[in-house]
Design a protein around this ligand. Sequence first.
Ligand code: GLA
Length: 376
Amino acid sequence: MTVCVTVLLSLTIGGLAFAQASKRHEQAVQQKPFGTNDGRPVNLYTLTNANGVEVDTMNYGGIILSIRVPDRKGQFADIVLGHENLDGYIPNPPYIGAIVGRYANRIANGTFTLDGKTYTLPKNDGPNTLHGGTDKTFNKVVWDGEPLKGKAGVTYTYLSKDGDDGFPGNVKVRVTYTLTNDNELVIDYEATTDKATPINLSQHSYFNLAGQGTSDILNHELMLNADRFTPVDKNLIPTGELRPVKGTPLDFTTSTKVGARIDDTYDQMVLGHGYDHNWVITRKGDGLTLAARMYEPTSGRVLEVSTTQPGVQFYTGNFLDGTVTGKQGHVYKHRYGFCLETQHFPDSPNHPDFPSTVLKPGETFRSKTVFKFSTK
Ligand code: GLA
């Protein structure tokens, strides 16, 4: 149950005193039935914090359907692409709002070798495996959902079976979304396995801080805390190089308009059809580190992304082409949303020099990503 209490705030600005009505909400999670998939019930969970920020998520694909946050004048808007009902997500070729795994991003030629054994995965992106394959990928299975007690949050768990989409080991995955009263959406990932397997988990929300479905994201301004990126070949597979961003259109070390250099003729921009690359987060140690700050000047909304992961894929919705119609009949056109997918580097199973993605029996994979919403 969400309880809203109207309070009066007295403000004194420049000698003028005036009162502003504002709503105080209880931090809570509400659950309601949202259909079925594969014979299993799907629930919608609405997380609400004390400031009235709301996040809708469901246990199908762990999908985030909407995030409603205020602009600098206190006007709320939904800032992620999505659909109003479950059917809209079946299928969901752009992975809108979903948890992606077992292996977020690409594995070259749909194959890798681990402990002397070669594994073959379904190819769904030219010669590559993208976001875990085709069959029981994390974005399109029904997870178990459990609302958190006394907090605006929900935990999803899923058992990915040995051999699913060609990957070894029974992998237990747990993803918790918690909405704090500091307007942060905290995502905690955990996984264990009974056989060594690569694992890479991410969240594939498409943001538009001006409000979803209304415009492209080219006037947003981005800062990325990254001095290097992993350049790609024509199949968007990392070449193995860690290249300095300095002097390239991928340099976002100081805040820069997303659209300023997106159609540059630099080879990486042509290969990516815009931005679709993994940046190497500049970090001291492996704790929670700011990866990205995105600002939208007309609304004043700011999204900060912090993570314990080594990389972040900044993707500008280059493959959105107007074929998907989402919430309120909005047509999702070219570059109408951006993703900041915190992750291990793409194709790490085939790059022994990259930070390892191998999870072994007895170990627990843990990572944390925080999306913090504010205005300026
Ligand atoms: C990731 C990839 C993109 C694209 C989207 C899904 O962000 O890097 O190339 O495949 O997922 O459309």
